[in-house]
Design a protein around this ligand. Sequence first.
Ligand code: PGA
Length: 247
Amino acid sequence: MTAPKALVAGNWKMNGLLASREEIKKLNFLVAQGGAGCDVLICPPATLISTLMGKGIDIGAQDCHMALSGAHTGDISAAMLKDLGCHYVIVGHSERRADHGETNDMVKAKASSAQGQGLTAIICVGETDGEREKGATLDVVTSQVTGSIPAEATAENTVIAYEPVWAIGTGKVPTTDDVAEVHGVIRSLLTDRFGPAGATVRIQYGGSVKASNAAELMSVPNVNGALVGGASLKAEDFYGIIKTYQD
Ligand code: PGA
């Protein structure tokens, strides 16, 4: 089976105002001019989804609630994201696992809700620095992957993002050997789970990806794109990462 088409996704986190429409226009222009050898996605804050939708770049979300509607003040459901035209939603980002106490079971329920609405869930996993120092990286990632993929998931509606927590927003990145080891383990978990179709599930790397290190990281076996925070906020920086798929 051939390697899946890469997905380079920008996670804007809690950044962006209406003026960010300009950044999406610029990104759209750069992709239209220079092309993209990968799928491109931006996940802005929920407040911007509808205003950024329809400008050429695929727009996704950063989180969804596990229920489709109801008394959950401040939350947004997968049905609402589908209604806006989203195809993707990030679930289980380490900042949500840490800030909102999201467990694997909660992440699984969110992914299930998203997939039930026809969205693709980008399920985030990754160890903390303490877990890496203890040599627990593979155990942590294994339990997050197996514990966060819902029973009804398919190879088509699942993306895994491996994001070492200590690499997020720090400028630190794992060695390519370390990335290869973790992505290899995730690939075998996916083939255990989905059979041969597990080879087609995209496994993104995330954590301090920028234009200057993207080519090296994206060439690691079983790395099928990137989940990018800081370097996705400016169109030129983000396009620098997208472009590595054309070189
Ligand atoms: P970063 O964030 O690229 O700023 O390290 C990545 C992420 O949290 O998805």
